[in-house]
Design a protein around this ligand. Structure first.
Ligand SMILES: Cc1cc2nc3c(=O)[nH]c(=O)nc-3n(C[C@H](O)[C@H](O)[C@H](O)COP(=O)(O)OP(=O)(O)OC[C@H]3O[C@@H](n4cnc5c(N)ncnc54)[C@H](O)[C@@H]3O)c2cc1C
Length: 409
């Protein structure tokens, strides 16, 4: 029987330390500049590609770590460096997970390498689900995919919004409605290959935080993609739709897993780990500051009012990490999320990041309020975690529904 341990193994520690070095030496020093520029930090992504951090191999290794801790450990370290730059480095992963979760082996082998490009010519990918009128309410999505049997092509029309890397991606993964009567069960995911006519970038958003990460609308006008770009293939889709129609006729019943939800399930603990990274960065900074900043002739940490805040910050960060690790371990070892443990981890970690970064500003006083010190940026960045990949309210809804079995609204 396997012994219970909270220790990372030697390989995991090595990867963690290597990523921490990259976060400290490459990401952190570039953070303020790219936050101000509000542009994708291509040179940093290139650096990450050179050392092997921005690559399919690296993510596959972490993804298939049998303990489930590869991805959360990696996310925490990179986001400790800087959230905006780290999201630029890992944003492609969300699209890659969309293909891993729903694609065939051939699709995985064909499209994921094109999402990353290579060291001399790095590329990014985008996962496009959200729409102007379909954020939390994914089921009200309007982007349509219609099958043209004569040409074996799918025709996509609609407007996506908030897409990380939208419009600048080499490969876009687009979720669209194939059967409007089935709500979110009638959705399917499609690859839009590089250079496909009809896909254009709409508005690029100017944001409150994670400003080094590109976020934009993606407009799809008569975008034609070959039949093999439907993730999972037509046969599987037809079977899934037939099952969903039968269940709808029989009055609902068991849930049918839809394409976008499969992506979110896999990525929620990873987002929790990003939040832990940002929270830990702000806490580390505030702790050092509190030990060196003197008022009334002694370091401010000499006051319980400050020291106890730091004690609470660290306790909450560690609790968040444990929830994230539990959910990641459960997902990888095939344990069912009976109590929405994935959502719990994302909810608690993201709320912790917001709280802890706000406390860090308070501990730094006036300096914390300026862009001369990094905690102000970390606080702006932390605000995203309670919004994307399902808002905190939606996580609570998922948890409450799972626990109660009631259709709570
Ligand atoms: C920087 C950034 C990057 C993003 N990247 C991507 C991406 O790469 N791909 C992608 O597809 N999407 C992406 N998103 C979209 C993100 O997932 C959505 O913003 C999020 O799901 C919320 O949707 P919304 O913004 O439409 O808010 P809304 O759904 O309009 O919610 C507004 C408020 O109402 C609350 N609310 C809504 N419904 C309920 C309810 N039933 N009960 C209680 N409260 C409720 C919400 O919690 C929120 O507080 C990104 C968003 C941002 C900001």
């Amino acid at each position: 029987m396997a012994e219970f341990t909270m220790d990372l193994n030697d390989d995991q520690k090595q990867v963690r330390d290597w990523l921490h070095g990259f976060a400290k030496d490459v990401i952190r020093p570039a953070a303020a500049e790219w936050d101000e520029r509000e542009e994708t930090p291509w040179p940093v992504i290139q650096e990450a590609a050179k050392v092997g951090i921005y690559s399919l191999d690296f993510y596959a290794q972490q993804f298939f770590d049998p303990s489930g801790l590869g991805i959360p450990v990696a996310m925490e370290e990179l986001f400790w460096g800087d959230a905006g730059i780290a999201l630029s480095i890992v944003g492609t992963g969300l699209a890659a997970v969309g293909v891993l979760a729903n694609g065939t082996e051939e699709q995985i082998g064909t499209w994921i390498p094109q999402m990353y490009g290579d060291v001399t010519d790095v590329k990014v990918a985008a996962f496009c689900s959200s729409e102007p009128d379909a954020g939390s309410d994914v089921a009200s999505m309007r982007t349509r995919a219609v099958y043209d049997a004569a040409k074996d092509e799918w025709v996509l029309n609609g407007t996506k919004t908030w897409a990380t890397n939208g419009g600048i991606a080499n490969v876009h993964v687009v979720v669209a409605v194939v059967d409007a009567d089935l709500g979110s069960k009638g959705h399917a995911s499609f690859i839009v290959p590089p250079g496909t006519p009809g896909l254009t970038q709409g508005q690029k958003f100017k944001k409150h935080g994670i400003r080094a990460s590109h976020t934009a609308e993606v407009v799809l006008e008569d975008v034609r993609v070959p039949g093999h770009c439907l993730l999972g293939g037509k046969e599987k889709l037809d079977e899934r739709l037939a099952r969903a129609r039968e269940k709808a006729k029989a009055g609902g019943g068991e849930r049918v897993k839809n394409a976008a939800m499969a992506t979110f399930e896999a990525s929620r603990p990873a987002v929790g780990a990003m939040a832990v990274g940002t929270a830990r960065a702000a806490y580390d900074y505030a702790l050092e500051y509190a030990k060196t900043r003197e008022q009334f002739g002694r370091p401010i940490i000499d006051n319980q009012g400050i020291a106890f805040q730091l004690a609470d910050m660290r306790t909450q960060i560690d609790a968040a990490r444990l929830l994230v690790w539990r959910a990641s371990w459960m997902a990888t070892t095939g344990k069912k999320f009976e109590s929405a443990e994935g959502s719990m981890s994302k909810l608690y970690a993201s709320e912790t990041a917001k709280k802890v970064t706000a406390q860090a500003i308070q501990i730094l006083g006036g300096n914390g309020f300026t862009r001369e010190y990094p905690v102000e940026r970390m606080h702006r960045d932390a605000a995203i975690y309670t919004i994307f990949e399902g808002t905190s309210e939606i996580q609570r809804l998922v948890i409450a529904r799972t626990l109660s079995g009631m259709p709570i609204r």
